[in-house]
Design a protein around this ligand. Sequence first.
Ligand code: ATP
Ligand code: MG
Ligand code: MG
Length: 346
Amino acid sequence: GSTIGILGGGQLGRMLAMAAAQLGYRCHVYAPEDDSVAAEVSARFTCADWHDAEALAKFAADCDVVTYEFENVPVGPLAALPQDKLAPGTRALEVAQDRVNEKRFVEELGGRPAPWRAVDDAATARAAVAEVGAPGIFKTRRDGYDGKGQWRVGADGEIPALDLPESGLVYEGFVTFDCEFSVILVRGRDGEVCFWDSARNTHEHGILARSALPAPAIVAEQVDEARALASRVAEALGYVGVMTAEFFATSQGPVFNEMAPRVHNSGHWTIEGAVTSQFENHVRAICGLPLGDTASVSDRIVMENLIGEEALAVERHLSDPAAHLHLYGKAEAREGRKMGHLTRLG
Ligand code: ATP
Ligand code: MG
Ligand code: MG
């Protein structure tokens, strides 16, 4: 098809639309916010309610393929669309937008998350901490990102005041890890799977701060097992496009954290650092084109997120000749907001 519909209007959609434009596709963005940074670089923009099935159907009718840059799109209204237009399919969203569904799905495929329990109320919260042990973390089952919707439990097992949403929480044991890494893969319509190199991901205050290659040796030792799990997940979902799985590298092997049915912040380095970026390969996959080479073009690559006011020092960022600066065009440099990133090669 020649028109790609993107559900979600953030920076991931913006970078997808830019990659799509390079390949000659037009993008239409559908998002609830009226100040979408993806809309600024795309041919058309629909600002609508996620639950407005009529608006969604009209949007999809104008597109040859519809994809997501945001995993929390409600699946109800998507069910009414021609399913062969959606890539990836709605099953991937159903699994990935609920931490309990996700953990169960991955466990059935032989993956190992941290020990966990579903939590619905104060009694199940107490039982979860007693059974899983402390320290640990309560997380909202749905809608969490950048560490939002999480409450830590210290070694004393004392339960903090929880803001319990209707969809519930999950409690998981705290994982002692050497480092974090993600497996980013692309799966084509013919089932071909390619992986990018796995960087070491460092989080600060629950937000990804940087992704760096080469990752420590422990990642190289554990990445094959992690990749095998991620490809079983992608295959079981009949997945088409880029998919990400986050892992903790531990002395017990790779522990699954969560997945994202989309391009991922920890893959932004692929824009300059790989022969084909995650964004271009997502477009290629959903449009049925041959996949591009995922090989890294340098053995030392660092992607650093620019959070809040860090993005305002534009001249300093540009003064480093090795740095590629990306700014997402967000109006307000709010604290904790991802405003852009820098990638350095070599
Ligand atoms: P994202 O923006 O990646 O979607 P999120 O809000 O879904 O983030 P998680 O990935 O679950 O949150 O957690 C954010 C970070 O908190 C992790 O990358 C990790 O550094 C830390 N963390 C989360 N769960 C655990 C755990 N069980 N044990 C140790 N650290 C954890
Ligand atoms: Mg997440
Ligand atoms: Mg995460």
